[in-house]
Design a protein around this ligand. Structure first.
Ligand code: KPL
Length: 296
């Protein structure tokens, strides 16, 4: 049943996860408008839900507006790749009390970009969506998704009724950090070695790299929060196993000749480490190696 509380949402970045989020928002009764430079048009995306029991196709119709044609935006979902966030946000006008949901890998990509009266809600998802060609996206796993950061907004329950496994996290940091570590290990290693996620569990040399990356990341997070359990290896290995056949988003970016999200993921850890006087030699090496594969 559609719910008027959701109102109108604009979305920047109707890619794999952005399109899935737009679909759930639309199911919940929100009006969704995509924002993208270029001529206004209607975009049709076919979402193919591939569960163990059935395959269903659900079309997503998205009106796309150029940023200058958009009225001041009061509800914005940012799901573009992190390197493009600042430029994309600079092109739109937000209302003074706008709500912005950030549903991206990594951390910090919108830091300092919102005005004091505007609200940032952080989103973290373990759902997996793959491109299936011809404008089709294959939803391979609908997993836990958390939104959080301050009090739960009035529209949240209406959205959660249509978004499987969406929950509000009073403290969004633990799910964010768990996802960050998985991305900081799986994404660069799969991109550099050009392998699907599961291959990391099959090669001794890659297991050694995984262990070093996890240990360095855990050391930073444990310094930032002494309550951090600092035992992330098994959880990262579980993500690799659960997404074994997947091409990670960073491997896909390298294949597409695009810049990657390495700065918002491993770069964020390196920045925190520098502030704490810690050295992360494996992350430093891996960041340099990924940058060497990116276009100039
Ligand atoms: O989030 C991912 C990504 O590819 O960005 C993982 C968890 C590694 C799944 O592929």
């Amino acid at each position: 049943m559609a719910d008027k509380r959701l109102g109108r949402w604009h979305i920047i970045g109707a890619g794999r996860i952005g399109s899935l989020a737009a679909h759930y928002l639309q199911q919940a009764g929100a009006e969704i408008l995509g924002v993208r430079p270029g001529p206004a048009h209607r975009r049709r995306i076919e979402l193919v839900f591939d569960s163990a029991s059935a395959i269903s196709q659900r079309p997503l119709e998205l009106p796309i507006q150029p940023p200058l044609d958009c009225e001041p935006i009061s509800q914005l979902l940012v799901a573009c790749k992190t390197p493009y966030s600042a430029a994309a946000l600079a092109r739109v006008r937000l209302t003074d009390d706008a709500t912005v949901v950030r549903l991206q890998n990594g951390l910090g990509s919108l830091d300092g970009l919102l005005a004091p009266g505007q609200r940032l809600i952080e989103g973290v998802t373990a759902s997996a969506v793959m491109s299936a060609g011809d404008g089709r996206l294959r939803v391979v796993a609908e997993n836990a998704t958390f939104f959080g950061g301050g009090p739960r907004p009035a529209w949240f329950d209406a959205l959660a009724a249509h978004w499987p496994m969406l929950a509000w996290a009073d403290d969004i940091r633990p799910p964010q950090w768990r996802k960050l570590i998985a991305n900081a290990v799986l994404n660069p290693l799969t991109a550099l070695h050009d392998v699907p996620n599961g291959a990391l569990l099959e090669r001794d040399d890659l297991q050694t790299e995984m262990q070093a990356l996890v240990a360095e990341a855990d050391a930073v997070l444990a310094r930032l929060d002494p309550g951090w359990p600092a035992d992330s290896y098994d959880r990262v290995a579980e993500v690799a196993s659960a997404t074994a056949a997947n091409t990670s988003s960073m491997r896909a970016d390298i294949h597409a000749g695009a810049i990657t999200e390495i700065e918002a993921i491993n770069g964020w850890l390196l920045q925190r480490a520098a502030e704490l006087g810690l050295d992360l030699p494996t992350h430093r090496r891996i960041v340099a190696a990924v940058h060497a594969l990116e276009p100039d």
